[in-house]
Design a protein around this ligand. Structure first.
Ligand SMILES: [Zn+2]
Length: 381
């Protein structure tokens, strides 16, 4: 809760259920000079005015110290509230006491007295300190590139206040906010279709448009070894498996594109921790995350009897998964030295039986897990 007084109220009167929490949310937007209207608050909270009157009176007690109670007299002519103690002092001194709005002499008038509430001094101080701390949080930007709609949707689920932003050349980004542990992120997400060249071009465009600190590729991949469906692979390295020399026997000539050191380090810690699984939900209970190399090429690999599979296994034995964009993406990020980049993939199939796995919803699950892991990494940066 925003106000510690709300927490004290909740603790003292558990019978109120979530009323203190909802009241706390309403009070957040209240200024120091604002007098609370019990009927308005009751309506907003779906509670009776009588109950809310009792809650406010309790919240004004010294123990809770969330509100302060003030007595007013109601001007019978214009309904203006005037401080009761001022009228009392005037009456005691035998002086006039004019309504601050209509000038009626309230000292010579029969008036009704009411109690109204404002935020207490300590609550106002607390609110100001919190707002200052909020303003002081670092603001950073990340771009997230995805290839498939299912990946895009999974990423979008982590953003708040997402809205479309269209690039002059046509790329449509969804730009939203994500609250990290210490950093407020602005995040631009694009869905760009499959393939390394497209990923490189779109990553370059996104980086030029948003000048991000971080670029992530989040998506699904086929598992080659040591992983199963639902697992997450954060790539410390991506091998463009077709690159090489076409001699009698193919000679692989490609040093892998590396994920940025800081992000690989962060991913390594998050792979050990279980917190990404909490972010992913129940389906990730049995899933693991690993930091390992990935192979990337222009083919959808659906058989372990294929030449491509054979090539990857024989030349890039350390790769645990295969996909189609990671290399192009990292190439583009590499050419932008201020951008740190990482490829995060959820395993959606194990090559054999890919169609059946996809039909069974494994792409959705894998995309959700990869997104949860990626946002866990962002949350900790
Ligand atoms: Zn008046």
């Amino acid at each position: 809760m925003f106000f510690s007084g709300s927490a004290r109220l909740s603790k003292k009167l558990p019978v109120l259920g979530d009323l203190p929490r909802r009241l706390d949310e309403l009070l957040r937007d209240v200024g120091g000079g604002d007098v609370l209207d019990v009927d308005d608050l009751a309506r907003s909270l779906g509670a009776s005015s009588e109950l809310l009157g009792r809650v406010l009176a309790e919240a004004a007690g010294a123990e809770i110290d969330l509100l302060r109670a003030e007595r007013y007299v109601v001007c019978p002519r214009c309904q203006m509230l005037n401080p009761a103690h001022e009228r009392e002092a005037a009456v005691a001194a035998g002086e006039e006491y004019r309504c601050s709005d209509c000038d009626l002499d309230l000292a010579a008038t029969v008036v009704q007295e009411v109690t109204r509430h404002r935020l207490s001094e300590s609550a106002l101080t607390e609110a100001e300190e919190r707002r200052a701390a909020e303003r002081a949080r670092p603001k950073r930007t990340a771009v997230v590139i995805t290839a498939l709609p299912v990946e895009f949707s999974a990423v979008l689920g982590h953003l708040s206040d997402a809205r479309e932003q269209k690039h002059d050349a046509g790329t449509i980004y969804n730009v939203g906010a994500f609250r990290g542990e210490t950093t407020d992120w602005t995040i631009a997400v694009a869905v760009i279709g499959a393939g390394n060249p497209g990923a490189a071009a779109e990553a370059e465009r996104a980086i030029a448009t948003f000048t991000p600190d971080i670029a992530l590729f989040v998506g699904v991949a086929g598992g080659i070894k040591d992983v199963t469906i639902g697992d997450v692979v954060a790539a410390n390295e991506v091998y463009l498996y077709h690159a090489g020399k076409a001699a009698d026997d193919f000679i692989a000539r490609f040093a892998g594109d590396k994920g940025s050191y800081e992000l690989v380090q962060r991913a390594t810690q998050e792979a050990i921790s279980a917190s990404w699984r909490e972010r992913a939900g129940d389906s990730a209970a049995e899933s693991k995350a690993v930091v390992a190399p990935i192979a990337a090429g222009e083919q959808v690999v659906v058989s372990i009897k294929s030449d491509t599979y054979e090539l990857i296994r024989s030349r890039y034995d350390r790769a645990v998964a295969v996909e189609m964009e990671g290399s192009g993406f990292l190439r583009a990020a590499w050419a932008n030295q201020d951008v740190r980049a990482l490829v995060v993939r959820g395993i959606s199939d194990l090559l054999e039986g890919k169609d059946a796995a996809d039909a069974g919803g494994s792409q959705e699950t894998a995309a959700m897990h990869a997104s949860a892991f990626a946002f866990e990494v962002l949350a900790k940066l």
